[in-house]
Design a protein around this ligand. Structure first.
Ligand code: NAD
Length: 487
């Protein structure tokens, strides 16, 4: 088939294991369907790792990615062992791919699923949350992982989710957060979601607590349309969604950034079937369809997608597709690709044909609103101690700290793993060697960093080991820190 498009430069990586075979099948189909692509091939994966590049990508490959802004990537094998980094995480984070988009449709009755009619798209924030990987062991007993949620990060992912919904004629965007517990971090995601939603009156919006939202998704996925989540919940929920759709091996995913985007299958390099000619190219094909939409060749994606649906409907499948009662003809990778190519121009008869919007996918997500800086006021400090004396009696620690603190910055509370243990703690509360001691200013003037340094000096002089501190700020008069449980 020919198309009227001008060739768009893209970068292609053939990957490892089944990667080269499924990539060949997909490139064959893209060509047959008339995609206009100017392909630059780069090497990533096992051989690159083993040649001494611990990231799995050669330095010169970055130039290609920056030049084309689009990467179609087959799965790669991440060697096990220390020193090797996940290439996916490296590419996503280095090139600022802030959104991970994973459509999870079902193809009942042709591919078995307990949830016919499910057609959920997961839009997951890809850069922040606990995935900054900022972790510390602070005392012999206690470790921590920093969860960073930024306003620009929330704004970009939420705006992307609504723009995606509008572009793909979706009706509802649901947000999953845990802001009943994490009122500040998840609370910010929720707040920004609501603000962004207000700018899309044509799209419904709703917010669920992530635990019950996930439970409902697992039980009644047809209730959901587009789901927008912070990174960690998105990682978990996208696998749940793909699994219950019954199509983990068929799903594609897009990692979207302002400058560079990456399209792939969600499965790995399947070394157990590599070289056997039986791998299913459909997951990578679905990634490639999202790529075509992204570069403005949605008409080509539509033709190819409908030919694929028709192929599935006629029972031509690869060996990984479970028997679902409908008539099957099992074929290998190449034969499957040819079966799809032979159906170009046809549409499915039972499954709903897909329609891609003709416009280029909106990319107004660039940047984020720069708000006026609020008035920030220092109100106190949480000083964290490694303290393991005697019976770890909080009253003993409270007495010592009260003797150290002065009237500018008195001790107001001690917590252990977030639960208040002084003053008036309960003897049943289990205490570790990690104590958060809150000192709150009493004067009408804002505290200074100097007052905090003086307090730290007195704690040090008393021979008590402080391990970190967090300043307690208000922003435009609004408290910017959580209370202790029981406070
Ligand atoms: P996997 O997805 O490669 O395989 C899991 C199972 O699914 C295997 O039985 C495999 O045969 C089957 N399978 C996967 N894709 C298939 C396909 N297209 N057609 C037919 N069957 C298919 O997961 P794994 O075995 O845990 O990982 C293998 C390697 O892939 C590891 O090195 C892992 O790090 C890597 N990996 C890479 C990516 C990526 O590059 N995006 C993603 C996940 C895993």
């Amino acid at each position: 088939m020919s198309s009227s498009h001008t060739a768009v430069p893209i970068t292609v990586a053939h990957g490892d294991g089944i990667g080269p075979a499924i990539m060949d099948a997909v490139l064959f189909l893209l060509k047959q369907a008339g995609a206009a692509l100017d392909i630059d091939t780069i090497e990533v994966g096992r051989e690159v790792y083993e040649s001494g590049h611990s990231t799995g990508i050669k330095p010169e490959a970055w130039d290609s990615l920056r030049r084309t802004g689009v990467l179609l990537k087959a799965p790669i094998t991440t060697p096990q062992g220390k020193g090797y980094k996940s290439l996916n995480v490296t590419i996503r984070k280095t090139l600022g791919m802030f959104a991970n988009v994973r459509p999870c449709p079902t193809y009942a009755p042709f591919i078995p699923t307990a949830h016919p009619g499910m057609d959920v798209v997961i839009v997951r924030e890809n850069e922040e949350d606990t995935y900054g990987g900022i972790e510390h062991r602070q005392t012999p007993e206690v470790t921590q992982c920093l969860k960073l949620i930024s306003r620009p990060g929330c704004e970009r992912i939420c705006r992307y989710a609504f723009e995606y919904a509008r572009h793909h004629e979706r009706k509802t965007v649901s947000c999953f957060v845990k802001d009943n517990i994490m009122k500040i971090t998840d609370g910010l995601f929720h707040e920004v979601f609501d603000q962004v939603a207000a700018g899309f009156p044509d799209i419904n919006s709703e917010v669920h607590i992530v635990d019950i939202g996930s439970a409902r998704l697992a039980n009644e996925p047809t209730q959901f349309d587009v789901i927008c989540l912070p990174n960690l919940y998105g990682d978990i929920v996208s696998d749940i969604a793909a699994e219950i759709a019954g199509s983990v091996g068929l799903a594609g995913s897009a990692n979207i950034g302002d400058e560079v985007s990456m399209f792939e299958a969600i499965h790995g390099s399947a070394p157990d079937i590599a070289g056997k000619g039986v791998a299913n190219p459909s997951g990578l094909l679905h990634g490639a369809l999202m790529m075509l939409d992204h570069i403005g060749q949605g008409d080509v994606a539509q033709t190819l997608h409908n030919a694929w649906l028709r192929t599935i409907e006629e029972g031509v499948v690869t060996a990984d597709i479970r028997d679902g009662g409908t008539e099957r003809k099992y074929v290998g990778t190449d034969a499957f690709a040819h079966a799809v190519a032979n159906r170009l121009g046809q549409s499915p008869e039972t499954l709903k044909p897909v329609v891609y919007a003709s416009s280029v996918e909106e990319t107004t997500t660039k940047g984020a609103t720069r708000l006026a800086r609020p008035v920030k006021r220092l109100e106190g400090v949480d000083i964290f101690l490694d303290w393991d004396e005697g019976d770890r009696d909080p009253n003993e620690l409270g007495k010592r700290l009260n003797a150290i603190a002065d009237s500018t910055l008195p001790l107001t509370m001690i917590t252990n793993r977030g639960t208040k243990v002084f003053p008036d703690g309960l003897p049943e509360t289990f205490c570790t060697d990690h104590w958060r001691c809150r000192f709150t200013g009493t004067g009408s003037d804002a505290l200074t960093n100097r007052a905090v340094i003086d307090l730290l000096t007195r704690i040090e002089d008393a021979g008590i080991d402080f391990i970190k501190m967090e300043h307690l700020y208000s922003f435009d008069g609004e408290r910017g820190y959580s209370r202790g449980q029981g406070e």
